[in-house]
Design a protein around this ligand. Structure first.
Ligand code: NAD
Length: 323
């Protein structure tokens, strides 16, 4: 097994809801001699993490500054425009310094076109550098617990795969090589498309059953035993109080924000169009998540709040006489 030889100096850019706990896993788990250089446009966050890990986590003044100090860089920023700026800004971007031989890993969930644009730029200007897409799944709770799944944009035969796996396993549970550049992102977007569609279908199916007189707990049993069985029903049931641990039972306060689902769903529909994949549910799904993300009753809540957006009964226990 490798000994983290390649990770004596590591950079982390973007210390938000996901990036910060991921950085903290690295700071806690890499060997003592490793140094982590960090950068975020929000200075307060930088000061906090540097103070929490004195002499271990060091403050960079820009993405380019971080790149001059380290051999490996992880980035975790919101959207394609931020990724473009972090890598390609001519004054402060990573690629404005000499990044020959460095390994760059972008964990952001963005469009595959921007990812490939950055990859092509790096391949043209720094052929010895390597750039990977590596989006993650599992939410903020997963990032804190270190249980996120990681979808790597490379083949299992990639010479850097063992090194990448070793690094990513410090932050997550499962690392899945998806085959090649931008395919980690394609996998993540198609997963979130499917999960988003299932949540809508699940909400509608519960609603029609409940309005016909069925107890949602009976419906949940039926789906679990029948051909409709799926994780959204079983673990993220959109109907409140069917399962106490589902986000809906806590008022959808914990979970994957509906605005993030809207973003990922939109990226998936865009990708589908670009590659010529026909999807009859794409536009209607996007319209639904657009509506839910802009609805003050749903905004900032777990995406399965789409059940509320679609008019599902929430206080079914009192309304129907069930207890
Ligand atoms: P966030 O908004 O909490 O954090 C993003 C961080 O990036 C912020 O601290 C911001 O200041 C920083 N940033 C923005 N532009 C920058 C720049 N040019 N230079 C340096 N720093 C910059 O977002 P998040 O929830 O951590 O999500 C990050 C990515 O992970 C997104 O693409 C998101 O879709 C994806 N993701 C999020 C979740 C989730 O549940 N939050 C789950 C899986 C994947």
């Amino acid at each position: 097994m490798a000994d983290f030889e390649g990770f004596k100096t590591l950079g982390f850019i973007g210390l938000g809801a996901m990036g910060r706990p991921m950085l903290e896993h690295l700071a806690n788990k890499l060997p003592e001699g490793s140094r982590l250089w960090v950068y975020d446009v929000v200075e307060r966050v930088l000061d906090e993490v540097c103070a929490a890990y004195p002499n271990r986590v060091l403050k960079g003044t820009s993405a380019a500054d971080v790149a001059t100090h380290v051999d490996t860089i992880l980035t975790m920023v919101p959207e394609g425009s931020h990724v473009r700026s972090v890598y390609l800004d001519p004054r402060n971007g990573i690629c404005s310094t000499n990044i020959s031989n460095k390994m760059l890993i972008d964990c952001s969930t963005i469009d595959t076109a921007t990812n490939l644009e950055v990859k092509d730029h790096i391949a043209e200007h720094f052929p010895s550098a390597s750039f990977y897409d590596s989006p993650v799944s599992g939410g903020v709770v997963g990032a804190i617990k270190g249980t996120i799944a990681i979808f790597l944009g490379c083949a299992e035969t990639d010479p850097k795969f063992p090194q990448l796996t070793q690094l990513m396993e410090l932050m997550g549970k499962e690392v899945i090589p998806c085959g090649g550049p931008s395919l980690g992102l394609a996998a993540k977007l198609s997963n979130n498309y499917l999960s988003g569609i299932i949540a809508i279908a699940c909400s509608e199916a519960f609603d029609m059953g409940m309005r016909s007189g069925l107890d949602p707990r009976t419906l949940a049993k039926v789906y679990a035993a029948g051909t409709a069985q799926n994780t959204i029903c079983d673990k993220f049931c959109p109907v409140p109080h069917v399962y106490p641990d589902a986000p809906s039972s806590g008022g959808w306060k914990q979970g994957f924000k509906v605005q993030l689902m809207r973003k990922d769903f939109g990226l998936a529909v865009e990708m589908a169009k670009r590659v010529g994949s026909k999807n009859v549910l794409g536009d209607v799904g996007l319209e639904t998540y657009n509506g839910a993300a802009n609805d003050p009753r749903c905004r900032d809540l777990d995406s399965r709040v789409v059940y509320r957006y679609l008019g599902g009964q929430e206080d079914w226990q009192s309304e129907s006489g069930h207890s």
